[in-house]
Design a protein around this ligand. Structure first.
Ligand code: 9WO
Length: 255
């Protein structure tokens, strides 16, 4: 997987390149990260990347030309690296398709993508119409730019790459959607056994792994039923709930 990012703030991607799992995976060569700054593709002395909106209104709009030229270079570099010539070109936008674990998995299993990070009030629509193939969102909120959204999405894909989670259990195993049948995670505890007067649930100290697994399953069901009943319904439709699960959920409803 190779990720190319068009951004006025390439340093923001140090969060991926210099920290944690994504940084280790990058150093191992499990993925590639390349940034392209539209400001490097301007031709005026002021290196202008924005201008006033036609029709008036507040703020500034990103010029199409520096984005076009930066994208041309990114696509050419990908081809020179032997990758397919027409990767997804993804704009981060609150009006895009809401990003999911499944989209992270698809990205991780691909040659990657080019992400376009907007700033100011937005991007000239002619660039979007001509060059962008998809728009992705983190959810129904507005950011100051696409960078934090792109970094979050890339991070979620990178941790799924084979070999990225070393020591930690494999991503396919811990993910939300796989071992846990799309249910929310159960609570975690570590030392000390008693902290500020609260003790760890006794079952976790029992060494009885059958009881522990059953307790964790019930905690997952309890939390998911309370916070995300839609995920319980989905698990049921997918045939992922056992008779014991259904008994426990029925008992919860009675409480
Ligand atoms: C902002 C906006 C606000 C209301 C309705 C539509 C909108 N589109 C954009 C937009 O694309 N803005 C550009 C990118 C330029 C300004 C900063 N940008 C941005 C991306 N703000 N918030 C996001 C974003 C991206 C992914 N998930 C959530 C928010």
């Amino acid at each position: 997987m190779r990720v190319d990012i068009l951004t006025l703030f390439p340093d923001m991607f140090s969060v991926l390149a210099e920290h944690g799992v994504s940084s280790r995976a990058l150093k191992k060569g499990l993925w590639g990260l390349h940034t392209w700054n539209p400001r490097d593709y301007t031709s005026d002395v002021h290196r202008t990347v924005d201008d006033r909106p036609y029709g008036g209104g507040p703020g500034m709009v990103m010029l199409a030309q520096p984005l076009d030229a930066a994208l041309d270079d990114a696509l050419q570099a990908r081809e020179q690296a032997g990758l397919q010539s027409t990767p997804p070109v993804i704009l981060l936008s609150p009006t895009g398709k809401v990003f999911t674990q499944q989209m992270a998995q698809t990205l991780a299993s691909s040659e990657g993508a080019v992400f376009i990070c907007g700033r100011y009030e937005g991007i000239d629509q002619r660039f979007i119409d001509a060059r962008v193939s998809a728009e992705w969102s983190l959810g129904d909120f507005v950011l100051s730019g696409g960078e934090l959204a792109a970094a979050a999405m890339v991070d979620s894909a990178v941790r799924l790459l084979p070999g990225a989670l070393n020591g930690e259990l494999s991503a396919a195993q811990d993910s939300f959607h796989d071992t846990n049948d799309g249910l929310l995670d159960s609570p975690h505890y570590t030392r000390p056994e008693s902290y500020q007067g609260t003790t760890v649930p006794e079952v976790l100290l029992s060494g009885n792994h059958r009881r522990i697994d059953e307790w964790r399953r019930q905690q997952s069901l309890r939390i998911t039923a309370a916070r995300r009943p839609d995920l319980v319904h989905r698990a049921r439709e997918q045939g992922l709930l056992t008779k014991a699960d259904e008994r426990f959920l029925k008992q919860l409803k009675g409480e």
